[in-house]
Every structure is written in C-alpha cells, then in structure tokens.
Design a protein around this ligand. Structure first.
Ligand code: NI
Length: 141
C-alpha cells in the first residue's frame, strides 16, 4: 500500500532589516544590481513565511503533525532569530550569506528540516517567503 502524503502549512510573520550588497562592488554598482535594497544605511521588510511540511497522517490523531508544535519549532529556530533583527549582522544561519530572500528560504529550509528529522516521516516540503506585496520566493530543497 502506498502511503498517503499530506501537506500542511503554517504561516508566520517577521520584520527584519537587511542590505543587499557586495563588498567588492562600489555603492553605484550595488545600487545598479540590488536597487533600493542596497541602501548603505539599511532598511526593513515585513516578511511573511509559509512553511509547508509533508508526511503521512497519523491514524491515532488524524494529523500529519500538531501545528502548534510546528509553530513553536518555527518560532524558536527561525522567527526568534529574525524578528526585529538585522539579517546581515545578527542571524547565525545567514552568516556569510548575501541577505537575499532566496538565501533566506534555503537556510530556513535547512534549519527546519534538521529540527524535524526527529519526527517520523515528516520533512519540509517548501519554504515560501513573501518579501513585499509583489515578490515571493519558494524553495523545495
Ligand atoms: Ni530589501
């Protein structure tokens, strides 16, 4: 019998500052490549994070996993580290990475997949981040 996988999603929000830039670019070149996000004096975004997790339905509970538990894992390992922080300077899992939403999605995927490895059959399916009203990033691992 094939296992029926179900996908569940939890939404969280955080506000954070960042700057997109390369040290080896001039301010003019950074502005050209990264636009307003290259502002040397930082700026912030109100991010929305959608974490989709997949797994079989536990016959005892009818759940893939308890969403309250998922929410507290996301809060502890991701949101508490990002919310009201500077992504370039303060977030351990973004150290040495360009503070783009793409890199954020990859790192959050890795962090959460590791935290969920102790849950039988559960893994991260997708990390989706909305940075602005019109810009979304998705990472499927
Ligand atoms: Ni920005």
């Amino acid at each position: 019998m094939t296992e029926k996988l179900v996908y569940i999603t939890r939404r969280e929000r955080f506000n954070a500052a960042h700057r997109l830039f390369r040290e080896d670019f001039s301010d003019e070149k950074n502005l050209e490549v990264f636009g307003k996000c290259s502002n040397p004096l930082w700026h912030g975004h109100n991010y929305t994070l959608l974490v989709t997790v997949k797994g079989p339905v536990d016959p005892e509970t009818g759940f893939v996993m308890n969403l309250k538990v998922l929410s507290s894992i996301i809060k502890e390992h991701v949101i508490d580290k990002l919310d009201h922080r500077n992504i370039n300077l303060e977030v351990d899992f973004m150290e040495g990475k360009l503070a783009s939403t793409e890199n954020l999605a990859i790192q959050i995927f890795e962090v959460l997949n590791k935290e969920l490895s102790s849950f039988n059959g559960i893994s991260v399916h997708c990390i989706k981040i909305q940075e602005t009203e019109n810009n979304f990033v998705e990472y499927f691992g």
